[in-house]
Design a protein around this ligand. Sequence first.
Ligand code: ZN
Length: 262
Amino acid sequence: MDNSEKLLNYFSLLKQRDLTGTSYLFIGNNFDLVRKIIKLANCRDDKKFYCDSCFDCRKFDEGSHPDLFLIEPKSLNITIENIRESRQFIRLRSFSANKKVIIIKEAEELGEAAANAFLKTLEEPPKNSFIAICAEKIDSLLPTVVSRCRKVFLPSNDNIADDSKVSLARRFLSGEIPDFKERAEFSSFIWTLAVVLRDKLVSGTDRNNRLLKEEHYEIIQRDFKLNTSNCIDALREIFEIYTASATINEKLALNIIKEKLL
Ligand SMILES: [Zn+2]
């Protein structure tokens, strides 16, 4: 099972137990996988994940489902009015889908006013809503938006970073402290580390489904012998360090990460 399949499996477990949340922040560059998760949440066929042939699957694939409200800040000029429309939309009865779906693509492009207007929708969405906020990086979003969503780090679509960077990140995770000649190398190392860790963490489920009930971080540890909450803390820390990587003391930063992880 690859990481994408593990993530679908995880959402499938949530669906079976009626534990699917209402507001999700999908971090990473893999919109195709987000679309599959939405199909899975709505398909009524009991095939594995989704059937691809029912009305809901087909319409969500085409992006033309009557229960879908798509917000694309990059290609359209999003106004506060559009955001208000989405708020009304989510309260309407659904046409055929299990869930009324709002997708915000490239959420980092949503201006502050629009993001703030959207907070009202995030505060109390009706139970049958599925709000998918998609962004490449977490640090470009308003903290008030981030804190209201369950966060899912998507496994990467393509092979990020070259092998030497990935192997350096893996060596760090097994205890080696690297040296950097340049600031840019350090910053790129931090980013690779975040991606490697994220891909290791994403999806799957632990024995007692503890994380299925976890409110805020739906990330599950797989390969590393690390405790999940440590990993989550460390990942949060790594993103903060990445943001400050132009000025932060390298050795100090690496030690902070290490302390969180090991
Ligand atoms: Zn279907």
